[in-house]
Design a protein around this ligand. Structure first.
Ligand SMILES: Cc1cc2nc3c(=O)[nH]c(=O)nc-3n(C[C@H](O)[C@H](O)[C@H](O)COP(=O)(O)OP(=O)(O)OC[C@H]3O[C@@H](n4cnc5c(N)ncnc54)[C@H](O)[C@@H]3O)c2cc1C
Length: 476
């Protein structure tokens, strides 16, 4: 993939997408496959902001049951299956467990009902031809079985454990780049290190964006019939450039953080552990009074997340301090003492900003925005020719992109062509049965690679792995 700034400068595009996180790249692919001409720019590396900070869980949305939000559960369950279908090498089932306590809201009985409803709402979660993608039903297990999976957990009033399946994206950065390759293969013109600095505005209409090439410092305009703001945490920042048409409503951002630790605390399961810090979810039907941390196995490590704290500054100033890391370690050790984490166990930490809900919260608490938003600024008293997307989850980025492009087609007065991104394999995703493909390719020993290398390449680059293998042998 090459930056082609000449094309960006000289063409008139149907849509200009600003922001190449997971939302922007999915939108570029969906729009290009539906016949729109697309420009996509990011001021930095593609996927370098929030999208490279996820806990890598593709959520089926079990926790939305707390809010009886079945629509969002359906969206998430459907997306989970779509991602397994279109990126089979990168997305696979992950068993999850939460220990149950007493016979009330955190008890086995309530969780058994929750799991049954979850299975009912996800009645069509299976059906992909690859047996590796099978999502078993949820189930509750005994206290003894729970202790085998989560040894050393607080045993006071422990009654058992609730087990269900979600998915993990093994390499979320690679998945984002696969969407990006798919978009450019479908005709989108994409360039990184191109920063939007302003809007082109003519007669109360946005007609493109002013940009700066952050590599050589030149300024130019990109012309488009519609601009889509996919800037994640910079959503508000770029809307400041609307010359007196800045929307009154601003989305407040909160900071979220994860740790990568050298210990594989649980080899197989993602384990949900209640924090000892109190948290009240005032609009939940079932308020459990604490946040859940997830400790998930990932390669030879554990990923631990997620803390949420309020954030006041500019999106570009977000950093994680040593104090943040130590506080998080203390919280994990308080919630699960056998973890016994020390600072030197943490080999990586990362975080990003997520939009908060408007609901008034007690000081210090964070209530995340629950659902994405697609804002048509012309309906908001603002300028025409501009859509903004408020993103909340990696999991549903493709689905939101599909809905954004539906909106774009109607704004552009184009015929509604159905989206095909839920059925079309991403770049590298042409694999029907992952284990059969691995066996076949290992037997072929492409480019003289050993089994381990072939497996590693396939699990990251999928069916496109020979291009990487060839590159390696040509550039030893
Ligand atoms: C700690 C943490 C854990 C998470 N865990 C999960 C999880 O397990 N599962 C899940 O589903 N979701 C998870 N999420 C949420 C998910 O990561 C985000 O919802 C998603 O990545 C947002 O993507 P985005 O494309 O909107 O934003 P971003 O990835 O931030 O992309 C926005 C892009 O816009 C670019 N940009 C900004 N301004 C400009 C400009 N002026 N010109 C050009 N480009 C610009 C930026 O460089 C950036 O690349 C997590 C989030 C965090 C922070």
């Amino acid at each position: 993939m090459q930056r082609n700034l000449e094309k960006l400068k000289t063409r008139q595009f149907d849509v200009v997408i600003v922001g190449g996180g997971i939302y922007g790249v999915c939108c570029a692919w969906d729009a290009a496959l539906r016949g729109l001409s697309v420009a996509l720019v990011d001021k930095n590396d593609f996927g370098s902001a929030t999208s490279s900070n996820s806990l890598k869980i593709i959520h089926g949305g079990l926790r939305y049951l707390q809010h009886a939000d079945f629509r969002r559960m359906r969206e998430s369950i459907t997306e989970r299956k779509n991602l397994m279908r279109i990126a089979p090498h990168l997305v696979a089932p992950l068993p999850c467990i939460i220990p149950t306590y007493g016979h009330g809201i955190k008890g086995k009985e309530v969780m058994a009902v929750a799991l049954a409803i979850n299975d009912l709402v996800g009645f069509d979660r299976n059906g992909l031809p690859d047996p590796q993608k099978h999502m078993p039903r949820g189930r509750v297990v005994s206290r003894e079985d729970c202790l085998k999976i989560v040894p050393g957990i607080d045993e006071n009033e422990l009654t058992g454990g609730a087990i269900w399946y979600d998915c993990q994206v093994r390499n979320s950065e690679r998945l984002l780049l696969s969407f990006l390759h798919s978009a450019t293969r479908a005709g989108a013109v994409a360039a990184n290190y191109v920063e939007m600095t302003g809007f082109c505005i003519e007669k109360n209409r946005v007609t493109g964006v002013k940009v700066r090439d952050n590599i050589n410092g030149t300024d130019f305009d990109i012309h488009g019939r519609l601009v889509i703001n996919n800037c994640g945490p910079w959503l508000n920042t770029i809307l400041m450039n609307l010359n007196g048409h800045t929307p009154k409503k601003k989305y407040k951002m909160s900071a979220a953080m994860n740790l990568v630790v050298r210990k594989k605390l649980f080899p197989e399961f993602a384990v949900g552990i209640s924090s000892k810090t109190e948290f009240r979810d005032q609009d939940a039907l079932i308020d459990k009074g604490s946040r859940l941390f997830f400790i998930t196995p990932w390669r030879d490590y554990s990923l631990i997340g997620t803390t949420h704290v309020q954030y006041e500054g500019d999106a570009s100033d977000f950093t994680i301090t040593e104090a943040d890391i130590r506080t998080f370690i203390d919280e994990i050790n308080a919630a699960y003492p056998p973890a016994n984490l020390k600072r030197e166990d943490v080999c990586f930490f990362y975080g990003g900003l997520l939009p908060e809900d408007e609901y008034p919260v007690t000081e210090g608490d964070v209530r995340l925005l629950k659902s994405y938003k697609i804002i048509d600024h012309s309906l908001d008293g603002g300028l025409d020719g501009l859509l903004s997307v408020v993103s909340v989850k990696y999991t549903t980025a493709r689905d939101v992109a599909e809905k954004t492009v539906d909106r774009a087609l109607s704004k552009l007065g184009r015929k509604q062509v159905s989206s095909t991104t839920s059925l079309t394999p991403v770049f590298g995703g042409e694999i029907e049965h992952v284990s059969n493909y691995l066996t076949k390719e290992k037997a072929r020993a492409f480019a003289g690679l050993n089994d381990e290398s072939i497996e590693h390449l396939i699990m990251n680059y999928g069916s496109e792995y020979p291009a990487v293998a060839r590159y390696i042998s040509e550039n030893e």
